[in-house]
Design a protein around this ligand. Structure first.
Ligand code: ZZB
Length: 258
């Protein structure tokens, strides 16, 4: 599986657990299958109870992700030595919540790290960039946070990190309009980020329709079809060093969850 990794830069002051790393460029690195949606990022998701590490890349940057992803990256030329990565900090997602980030491409000047409880350990980097216009999971999790003040308080999330952020129209999908994930959420009557079956259904429909019928509404490829520009957008992200290509090995039969 080929992903695009998006480098989301932490804005200083860094959280307490990373204060020893001040002056170094720190990035949360999110794996996405949809680089063409990055204009619509509104926040970054972390799972509060999940373990993350910070490691140094061969370019002297610090990446934050799961140890599993760091190991994969170390075999893909991200570190000095194949198969080796240098851990400079160990953290839980909750240590990193409420941090301000600068993310490439999005129209929001600053976006924040927020909690998502359904992030999987064994996929991507464990850091997820949020595009509520086109990802039903992201829209559901954002609505959950906006609706429930108690949920925000539990994780120390301030109102201004969530309430001003709305889905941004970036792709038009026939029958689903300019905010396809919002339409799918409403059509399927999704209730929360835990509405697993409906979210899976919504995601599958939108992956397919988005790719074959979606049209860009913004950026240098405005008006063009996603299937014609997806690769070009990915390449431009990599060329600008705003991200990188990242591969995930096939799961073994033993660990396959279905
Ligand atoms: C931005 C984005 C925009 C995404 C979109 C999707 C969509 P999948 O779909 O299950 O194969 N993701 C990445 N890592 C994780 C994780 N560890 N746990 C949970 N979700 C994760 O997984 C790939 C997609 O799921 C990624 O692509 C990421 O969200 C999220 F408009 O990045 B995506 C219709 C979907 N649209």
């Amino acid at each position: 599986q080929e992903y695009t990794i998006m480098k989301m830069k932490l804005v200083e002051p860094y959280p307490a657990k990373l204060s020893a790393l001040k002056k170094k460029p720190l990035f949360l690195v999110a794996a996405t299958l949809r680089p063409e949606t990055m204009y619509g990022q509104t926040n970054c998701w972390l799972r509060p109870d999940m373990k993350y590490i910070a490691f140094e890349t061969k370019d002297g940057e610090i990446f934050i992700c799961t140890a599993r992803a760091a190991r994969n990256m170390s075999y893909q030329g991200f570190t000095n030595k194949d198969g080796q990565y240098n851990v400079v900090a160990e953290l839980l997602g909750e240590d990193l919540l409420g941090c301000a980030l600068k993310a490439p491409m999005t129209l929001y000047e600053k976006i924040y790290t927020l909690p998502m409880l359904t992030i999987k350990e064994d996929k991507g980097t464990g850091v997820v960039t949020s595009v509520p216009s086109d990802s039903p999971d992201d829209y559901a999790a954002l609505v959950d946070l906006k609706k429930k003040q108690a949920f925000r308080e539990k994780y120390g999330i301030k109102d201004e990190m969530v309430l001003p952020y709305d889905p941004v129209p970036v792709i038009e999908v026939p029958e689903f309009g300019k905010l396809a994930a919002v339409t799918a959420y409403e059509k399927l009557k999704i209730q929360s980020q835990n509405d697993k079956d409906k979210l899976l259904e919504a995601k599958e429909i939108l992956y397919l329709k988005g790719f074959y019928e979606g049209v860009m509404l913004v950026g240098e490829h405005k008006g063009k079809k996603i299937q014609d520009v997806k690769k070009l957008i990915q390449k431009s992200i990599v060329d600008k060093n705003e991200g990188a290509t990242y591969y995930e090995p096939e799961k073994t039969v033993m660990s396959r969850s279905g």
